[in-house]
Ligand binder design. Structure first.
Ligand SMILES: Cc1ncc(COP(=O)(O)O)c(C=O)c1O
Length: 395
Protein backbone atom coordinates (compact mmCIF):
# COMPACT_ATOMS: atom_id res chain seq x y z
CA UNK A 1 0.00 0.00 0.00
CA UNK A 2 1.47 3.39 -0.98
CA UNK A 3 2.14 5.78 1.89
CA UNK A 4 0.84 9.08 0.45
CA UNK A 5 1.62 12.37 2.20
CA UNK A 6 -1.13 13.51 4.57
CA UNK A 7 -1.74 16.57 6.74
CA UNK A 8 -1.08 14.50 9.85
CA UNK A 9 2.70 14.84 9.68
CA UNK A 10 5.58 16.73 8.16
CA UNK A 11 5.45 15.09 4.71
CA UNK A 12 2.04 16.53 4.03
CA UNK A 13 2.65 20.00 5.45
CA UNK A 14 4.75 22.94 4.23
CA UNK A 15 6.44 23.74 7.50
CA UNK A 16 10.10 24.68 7.13
CA UNK A 17 12.83 27.11 8.01
CA UNK A 18 10.45 30.08 7.76
CA UNK A 19 8.26 28.74 10.58
CA UNK A 20 11.32 27.73 12.62
CA UNK A 21 12.69 31.28 12.33
CA UNK A 22 9.28 32.71 13.27
CA UNK A 23 9.04 30.64 16.43
CA UNK A 24 12.60 31.51 17.45
CA UNK A 25 11.95 35.21 16.81
CA UNK A 26 9.05 35.16 19.25
CA UNK A 27 10.78 32.99 21.85
CA UNK A 28 13.84 35.21 21.83
CA UNK A 29 11.68 38.31 22.21
CA UNK A 30 10.39 36.91 25.50
CA UNK A 31 6.89 38.25 24.68
CA UNK A 32 4.50 35.42 23.88
CA UNK A 33 1.07 36.97 24.48
CA UNK A 34 -1.13 38.85 22.06
CA UNK A 35 -1.61 41.50 24.71
CA UNK A 36 0.90 44.19 23.71
CA UNK A 37 2.26 41.79 21.09
CA UNK A 38 3.35 42.60 17.55
CA UNK A 39 2.94 39.34 15.61
CA UNK A 40 -0.84 38.98 15.96
CA UNK A 41 -1.65 42.52 14.75
CA UNK A 42 0.85 42.03 11.90
CA UNK A 43 -0.85 38.76 10.93
CA UNK A 44 -4.21 40.54 10.93
CA UNK A 45 -2.89 43.26 8.63
CA UNK A 46 -1.24 40.77 6.28
CA UNK A 47 -4.27 38.48 6.05
CA UNK A 48 -6.62 41.43 5.42
CA UNK A 49 -4.31 42.61 2.65
CA UNK A 50 -4.04 39.15 1.08
CA UNK A 51 -7.83 38.85 1.02
CA UNK A 52 -8.49 42.45 -0.05
CA UNK A 53 -10.54 43.07 3.10
CA UNK A 54 -10.54 46.16 5.28
CA UNK A 55 -10.14 44.29 8.59
CA UNK A 56 -9.03 40.91 9.94
CA UNK A 57 -9.28 39.50 13.46
CA UNK A 58 -7.27 36.50 14.67
CA UNK A 59 -8.46 34.03 17.31
CA UNK A 60 -7.42 30.79 18.93
CA UNK A 61 -9.48 28.45 16.71
CA UNK A 62 -11.69 28.45 13.63
CA UNK A 63 -14.71 27.68 15.81
CA UNK A 64 -13.67 30.66 17.95
CA UNK A 65 -13.67 33.13 15.04
CA UNK A 66 -17.06 31.83 13.88
CA UNK A 67 -18.32 32.35 17.43
CA UNK A 68 -16.84 35.86 17.45
CA UNK A 69 -18.39 36.59 14.03
CA UNK A 70 -21.85 35.58 15.23
CA UNK A 71 -21.40 37.40 18.54
CA UNK A 72 -20.43 40.54 16.58
CA UNK A 73 -23.89 40.47 14.95
CA UNK A 74 -25.35 41.01 18.44
CA UNK A 75 -28.60 39.06 17.93
CA UNK A 76 -31.30 38.11 20.41
CA UNK A 77 -31.61 34.65 22.00
CA UNK A 78 -34.19 32.70 20.03
CA UNK A 79 -33.30 34.38 16.74
CA UNK A 80 -32.81 31.87 13.97
CA UNK A 81 -29.63 31.24 12.01
CA UNK A 82 -29.72 29.09 8.88
CA UNK A 83 -26.95 26.48 8.72
CA UNK A 84 -26.03 23.45 6.57
CA UNK A 85 -26.29 19.87 7.90
CA UNK A 86 -22.99 18.72 6.36
CA UNK A 87 -20.18 20.62 8.04
CA UNK A 88 -17.90 20.57 11.06
CA UNK A 89 -19.75 21.28 14.31
CA UNK A 90 -17.57 24.38 14.63
CA UNK A 91 -19.82 26.06 12.06
CA UNK A 92 -22.80 26.08 14.47
CA UNK A 93 -21.69 25.67 18.10
CA UNK A 94 -20.77 29.32 18.57
CA UNK A 95 -24.20 30.40 17.35
CA UNK A 96 -25.83 28.04 19.85
CA UNK A 97 -23.66 29.39 22.65
CA UNK A 98 -25.02 32.85 21.72
CA UNK A 99 -28.58 31.55 22.21
CA UNK A 100 -29.38 31.34 18.51
CA UNK A 101 -31.47 28.51 17.08
CA UNK A 102 -29.74 26.70 14.21
CA UNK A 103 -32.20 26.00 11.40
CA UNK A 104 -30.92 23.41 8.96
CA UNK A 105 -31.50 23.97 5.24
CA UNK A 106 -30.87 21.38 2.56
CA UNK A 107 -27.96 21.32 0.14
CA UNK A 108 -27.01 21.32 -3.50
CA UNK A 109 -26.51 17.61 -4.31
CA UNK A 110 -23.31 18.24 -6.31
CA UNK A 111 -21.48 20.68 -3.98
CA UNK A 112 -22.96 19.94 -0.55
CA UNK A 113 -23.46 23.69 -0.05
CA UNK A 114 -26.55 25.74 0.86
CA UNK A 115 -28.32 27.32 -2.13
CA UNK A 116 -30.45 30.49 -2.37
CA UNK A 117 -33.54 28.29 -2.85
CA UNK A 118 -32.77 26.00 0.10
CA UNK A 119 -32.16 29.00 2.37
CA UNK A 120 -35.33 30.73 1.18
CA UNK A 121 -37.34 27.59 1.96
CA UNK A 122 -36.56 27.85 5.70
CA UNK A 123 -36.76 31.62 6.26
CA UNK A 124 -39.16 32.88 8.93
CA UNK A 125 -39.74 36.24 10.56
CA UNK A 126 -37.14 35.17 13.19
CA UNK A 127 -34.32 34.50 10.67
CA UNK A 128 -31.47 36.93 11.32
CA UNK A 129 -28.38 35.27 9.81
CA UNK A 130 -27.07 32.48 7.58
CA UNK A 131 -23.81 30.59 7.90
CA UNK A 132 -22.71 29.62 4.40
CA UNK A 133 -20.08 26.87 4.39
CA UNK A 134 -17.89 26.56 1.30
CA UNK A 135 -17.60 22.81 1.68
CA UNK A 136 -14.41 20.93 0.77
CA UNK A 137 -12.97 24.07 -0.92
CA UNK A 138 -15.79 24.56 -3.44
CA UNK A 139 -17.73 27.82 -3.54
CA UNK A 140 -21.37 28.02 -2.52
CA UNK A 141 -23.55 30.45 -4.47
CA UNK A 142 -22.93 33.01 -1.76
CA UNK A 143 -23.70 35.93 -4.08
CA UNK A 144 -27.18 34.46 -4.66
CA UNK A 145 -27.63 33.96 -0.91
CA UNK A 146 -26.52 37.54 -0.16
CA UNK A 147 -28.96 38.81 -2.81
CA UNK A 148 -31.75 36.92 -1.06
CA UNK A 149 -30.72 38.00 2.45
CA UNK A 150 -29.59 41.62 2.23
CA UNK A 151 -33.00 43.16 1.39
CA UNK A 152 -34.45 41.21 4.34
CA UNK A 153 -31.80 42.47 6.78
CA UNK A 154 -30.41 38.94 7.20
CA UNK A 155 -26.66 38.79 7.80
CA UNK A 156 -24.40 36.33 5.95
CA UNK A 157 -21.36 34.76 7.62
CA UNK A 158 -19.12 32.75 5.29
CA UNK A 159 -17.39 29.72 6.80
CA UNK A 160 -14.27 29.38 4.64
CA UNK A 161 -12.42 27.03 7.00
CA UNK A 162 -12.02 24.61 4.09
CA UNK A 163 -11.83 27.20 1.33
CA UNK A 164 -8.73 29.40 1.26
CA UNK A 165 -8.43 31.33 -2.04
CA UNK A 166 -11.57 29.70 -3.42
CA UNK A 167 -13.38 31.85 -5.95
CA UNK A 168 -17.06 31.98 -6.81
CA UNK A 169 -18.35 31.60 -10.38
CA UNK A 170 -18.12 35.39 -10.80
CA UNK A 171 -14.51 35.43 -9.58
CA UNK A 172 -14.98 36.81 -6.05
CA UNK A 173 -12.79 35.42 -3.27
CA UNK A 174 -14.97 33.53 -0.81
CA UNK A 175 -15.06 35.27 2.54
CA UNK A 176 -15.35 38.71 0.90
CA UNK A 177 -18.97 38.42 -0.32
CA UNK A 178 -20.93 38.11 2.93
CA UNK A 179 -20.69 40.32 6.01
CA UNK A 180 -17.86 38.32 7.61
CA UNK A 181 -15.62 35.50 6.32
CA UNK A 182 -14.10 32.96 8.74
CA UNK A 183 -11.02 30.75 8.28
CA UNK A 184 -9.37 27.98 10.30
CA UNK A 185 -5.69 27.21 10.85
CA UNK A 186 -6.35 23.78 12.37
CA UNK A 187 -3.92 20.96 11.53
CA UNK A 188 -5.79 19.62 8.47
CA UNK A 189 -6.42 22.95 6.74
CA UNK A 190 -4.56 24.38 3.69
CA UNK A 191 -2.27 26.27 6.04
CA UNK A 192 -1.88 25.48 9.71
CA UNK A 193 -0.65 26.55 13.10
CA UNK A 194 -2.06 23.42 14.78
CA UNK A 195 -5.06 25.48 15.86
CA UNK A 196 -6.04 29.02 15.04
CA UNK A 197 -8.60 31.14 13.22
CA UNK A 198 -8.93 34.35 11.23
CA UNK A 199 -11.92 36.40 10.18
CA UNK A 200 -12.22 39.20 7.63
CA UNK A 201 -14.79 41.94 7.15
CA UNK A 202 -15.11 45.35 5.52
CA UNK A 203 -17.35 46.55 8.34
CA UNK A 204 -15.33 48.41 10.99
CA UNK A 205 -18.03 48.05 13.65
CA UNK A 206 -18.29 44.27 13.16
CA UNK A 207 -14.50 43.95 13.25
CA UNK A 208 -14.31 45.97 16.47
CA UNK A 209 -17.01 43.95 18.16
CA UNK A 210 -15.51 40.62 17.03
CA UNK A 211 -12.08 41.66 18.29
CA UNK A 212 -13.50 42.74 21.66
CA UNK A 213 -15.40 39.45 21.91
CA UNK A 214 -12.11 37.52 21.63
CA UNK A 215 -10.70 39.47 24.59
CA UNK A 216 -13.40 39.52 27.29
CA UNK A 217 -15.07 42.63 25.88
CA UNK A 218 -12.05 44.59 27.12
CA UNK A 219 -11.14 47.71 25.06
CA UNK A 220 -7.46 47.70 25.94
CA UNK A 221 -6.62 50.35 23.35
CA UNK A 222 -8.61 52.92 25.35
CA UNK A 223 -6.51 52.34 28.45
CA UNK A 224 -9.57 51.43 30.50
CA UNK A 225 -9.97 48.23 32.48
CA UNK A 226 -13.61 47.69 31.71
CA UNK A 227 -15.80 45.04 30.08
CA UNK A 228 -18.19 46.43 27.55
CA UNK A 229 -20.19 43.22 26.99
CA UNK A 230 -19.99 39.47 27.50
CA UNK A 231 -16.96 38.20 25.62
CA UNK A 232 -14.64 35.23 26.01
CA UNK A 233 -10.91 34.82 25.84
CA UNK A 234 -10.17 33.50 22.34
CA UNK A 235 -6.90 35.41 21.92
CA UNK A 236 -4.33 34.07 19.47
CA UNK A 237 -0.86 34.05 21.01
CA UNK A 238 2.29 35.41 19.38
CA UNK A 239 3.87 32.02 18.62
CA UNK A 240 0.78 30.96 16.68
CA UNK A 241 0.57 34.27 14.85
CA UNK A 242 4.24 34.16 13.85
CA UNK A 243 3.81 30.66 12.39
CA UNK A 244 0.66 31.78 10.55
CA UNK A 245 2.58 34.72 9.04
CA UNK A 246 5.15 32.26 7.69
CA UNK A 247 2.39 30.06 6.27
CA UNK A 248 0.50 32.84 4.42
CA UNK A 249 2.96 33.29 1.53
CA UNK A 250 2.77 29.53 0.87
CA UNK A 251 -0.98 29.53 0.32
CA UNK A 252 -1.03 30.21 -3.45
CA UNK A 253 1.42 27.37 -4.12
CA UNK A 254 -0.47 24.97 -1.87
CA UNK A 255 -3.76 25.62 -3.66
CA UNK A 256 -2.10 25.37 -7.09
CA UNK A 257 -0.51 22.02 -6.23
CA UNK A 258 -3.77 20.62 -4.84
CA UNK A 259 -5.47 21.71 -8.05
CA UNK A 260 -2.85 19.85 -10.12
CA UNK A 261 -3.58 16.58 -8.31
CA UNK A 262 -7.32 17.28 -8.55
CA UNK A 263 -7.05 17.71 -12.33
CA UNK A 264 -5.54 14.23 -12.66
CA UNK A 265 -8.15 12.71 -10.33
CA UNK A 266 -10.97 14.43 -12.25
CA UNK A 267 -9.75 12.85 -15.47
CA UNK A 268 -9.41 9.45 -13.75
CA UNK A 269 -12.98 9.72 -12.48
CA UNK A 270 -14.62 9.79 -15.94
CA UNK A 271 -17.07 6.93 -15.49
CA UNK A 272 -20.84 6.43 -15.80
CA UNK A 273 -22.72 7.92 -12.84
CA UNK A 274 -19.61 9.54 -11.34
CA UNK A 275 -19.46 13.31 -10.84
CA UNK A 276 -16.56 15.35 -9.53
CA UNK A 277 -16.91 18.79 -7.94
CA UNK A 278 -17.75 21.56 -10.39
CA UNK A 279 -14.73 23.87 -10.75
CA UNK A 280 -16.56 26.91 -12.08
CA UNK A 281 -14.73 29.66 -10.15
CA UNK A 282 -11.72 28.27 -8.36
CA UNK A 283 -11.97 25.14 -6.22
CA UNK A 284 -9.20 24.90 -3.63
CA UNK A 285 -9.68 21.17 -2.90
CA UNK A 286 -9.43 20.84 0.85
CA UNK A 287 -10.86 17.42 0.06
CA UNK A 288 -11.65 15.92 -3.34
CA UNK A 289 -15.38 15.12 -3.37
CA UNK A 290 -16.95 12.54 -5.68
CA UNK A 291 -20.73 12.25 -6.11
CA UNK A 292 -22.07 8.87 -7.18
CA UNK A 293 -25.40 8.50 -8.96
CA UNK A 294 -25.85 4.94 -7.73
CA UNK A 295 -28.67 4.14 -10.19
CA UNK A 296 -26.30 4.77 -13.10
CA UNK A 297 -23.01 3.69 -11.51
CA UNK A 298 -24.44 0.52 -9.93
CA UNK A 299 -22.72 1.09 -6.57
CA UNK A 300 -22.79 3.51 -3.64
CA UNK A 301 -20.24 5.44 -1.56
CA UNK A 302 -19.51 2.59 0.87
CA UNK A 303 -18.76 0.21 -1.99
CA UNK A 304 -16.30 2.66 -3.58
CA UNK A 305 -14.52 3.23 -0.25
CA UNK A 306 -14.24 -0.56 0.19
CA UNK A 307 -12.66 -0.95 -3.23
CA UNK A 308 -10.20 1.86 -2.44
CA UNK A 309 -9.04 0.09 0.73
CA UNK A 310 -5.48 -1.04 0.20
CA UNK A 311 -4.74 1.73 -2.34
CA UNK A 312 -3.30 4.00 0.34
CA UNK A 313 -5.74 6.78 -0.60
CA UNK A 314 -7.62 8.25 2.34
CA UNK A 315 -11.30 7.87 1.47
CA UNK A 316 -14.45 8.55 3.48
CA UNK A 317 -18.01 7.51 2.63
CA UNK A 318 -20.19 10.52 3.34
CA UNK A 319 -17.51 12.68 5.04
CA UNK A 320 -19.57 12.62 8.27
CA UNK A 321 -20.92 9.55 10.04
CA UNK A 322 -24.31 11.27 10.17
CA UNK A 323 -25.73 14.68 9.29
CA UNK A 324 -25.09 17.22 12.00
CA UNK A 325 -28.68 17.33 13.33
CA UNK A 326 -28.63 13.57 13.98
CA UNK A 327 -26.00 13.91 16.73
CA UNK A 328 -26.94 13.82 20.47
CA UNK A 329 -26.29 17.57 20.69
CA UNK A 330 -29.53 17.94 18.71
CA UNK A 331 -31.44 14.66 19.09
CA UNK A 332 -31.14 14.75 22.91
CA UNK A 333 -30.67 18.52 23.14
CA UNK A 334 -27.47 18.14 25.14
CA UNK A 335 -26.71 21.83 25.64
CA UNK A 336 -26.98 23.47 29.08
CA UNK A 337 -27.94 20.94 31.77
CA UNK A 338 -31.36 19.50 31.03
CA UNK A 339 -32.71 22.79 29.71
CA UNK A 340 -32.32 22.07 26.01
CA UNK A 341 -31.73 25.82 25.61
CA UNK A 342 -31.57 27.45 23.07
CA UNK A 343 -33.21 24.72 20.96
CA UNK A 344 -36.33 25.03 23.13
CA UNK A 345 -36.77 28.61 21.90
CA UNK A 346 -37.99 27.33 18.55
CA UNK A 347 -41.20 25.63 17.53
CA UNK A 348 -39.34 23.98 14.68
CA UNK A 349 -39.95 20.28 14.10
CA UNK A 350 -37.02 17.91 13.70
CA UNK A 351 -35.19 18.93 10.55
CA UNK A 352 -35.34 16.79 7.46
CA UNK A 353 -32.83 17.46 4.69
CA UNK A 354 -33.18 14.58 2.23
CA UNK A 355 -30.36 15.70 -0.08
CA UNK A 356 -27.89 15.97 2.79
CA UNK A 357 -28.95 12.58 4.19
CA UNK A 358 -28.58 10.99 0.75
CA UNK A 359 -25.10 12.47 0.35
CA UNK A 360 -23.88 11.14 3.70
CA UNK A 361 -25.60 7.77 3.34
CA UNK A 362 -25.22 6.99 -0.35
CA UNK A 363 -23.70 9.41 -2.84
CA UNK A 364 -20.71 11.25 -1.35
CA UNK A 365 -17.11 10.06 -1.16
CA UNK A 366 -14.30 12.39 -0.10
CA UNK A 367 -10.69 11.66 -1.00
CA UNK A 368 -7.77 13.08 0.97
CA UNK A 369 -5.79 15.28 -1.40
CA UNK A 370 -2.48 16.92 -0.54
CA UNK A 371 -0.18 19.57 -1.98
CA UNK A 372 2.90 17.42 -1.49
CA UNK A 373 2.01 14.54 -3.82
CA UNK A 374 4.91 14.00 -6.25
CA UNK A 375 4.20 13.63 -9.98
CA UNK A 376 4.61 9.87 -9.58
CA UNK A 377 2.16 9.88 -6.66
CA UNK A 378 -0.37 11.89 -8.67
CA UNK A 379 -0.11 9.30 -11.45
CA UNK A 380 -0.34 6.26 -9.16
CA UNK A 381 -3.22 7.70 -7.12
CA UNK A 382 -5.13 8.59 -10.31
CA UNK A 383 -4.57 5.05 -11.58
CA UNK A 384 -5.78 3.63 -8.24
CA UNK A 385 -8.94 5.74 -8.45
CA UNK A 386 -9.64 4.71 -12.06
CA UNK A 387 -9.15 1.07 -11.19
CA UNK A 388 -11.32 1.24 -8.02
CA UNK A 389 -14.17 2.80 -10.01
CA UNK A 390 -13.90 -0.07 -12.53
CA UNK A 391 -13.84 -2.76 -9.82
CA UNK A 392 -16.80 -1.21 -7.98
CA UNK A 393 -18.81 -1.07 -11.22
CA UNK A 394 -18.01 -4.72 -12.02
CA UNK A 395 -19.30 -6.13 -8.95
C1 LIG B 1 -16.20 23.96 7.67
C2 LIG B 1 -15.54 24.09 9.01
N1 LIG B 1 -16.00 25.00 9.89
C3 LIG B 1 -15.46 25.16 11.09
C4 LIG B 1 -14.37 24.42 11.50
C5 LIG B 1 -13.82 24.63 12.86
O1 LIG B 1 -12.50 25.02 12.86
P1 LIG B 1 -11.55 24.69 14.11
O2 LIG B 1 -11.32 23.21 14.11
O3 LIG B 1 -10.32 25.49 13.81
O4 LIG B 1 -12.24 25.14 15.33
C6 LIG B 1 -13.82 23.46 10.61
C7 LIG B 1 -12.67 22.63 10.91
O5 LIG B 1 -12.38 22.01 11.81
C8 LIG B 1 -14.44 23.28 9.35
O6 LIG B 1 -14.00 22.36 8.50
Amino acid sequence: MHDYPSYADHRGRRIGVEEEAAVLRVLRSGHLSRVDGVETPALEREFAELMGAAHAVAAATGSGVIHAAVAALDLEPGDEIVVPPITDAGSVIGAMAQGLVPVFADLDPMTGCLTPASVEAVLTERTRAVIVVHLFGGAADVEGIVELCRPRGIRVVEDCAQAYLTRTASGALVGTVGDIGCFSLQQSKHITTGDGGLLITDDAALARRAALFTDKGWPRDTGERTHLFLGLNYRMNELTAAVARAQLPKLEGIVADRRRAAQAWSEAAHAPGIHVAPDVGRHSYWLFPIIIDERVAGFDNRRLVETLAGSGLGASAGYLQRVLYDNPLFTERRTFGDSGWPLTLSERVHPHCPVAEHMVGTSLVTLAINENFTDAEIDSSAAALRSALGVAADG
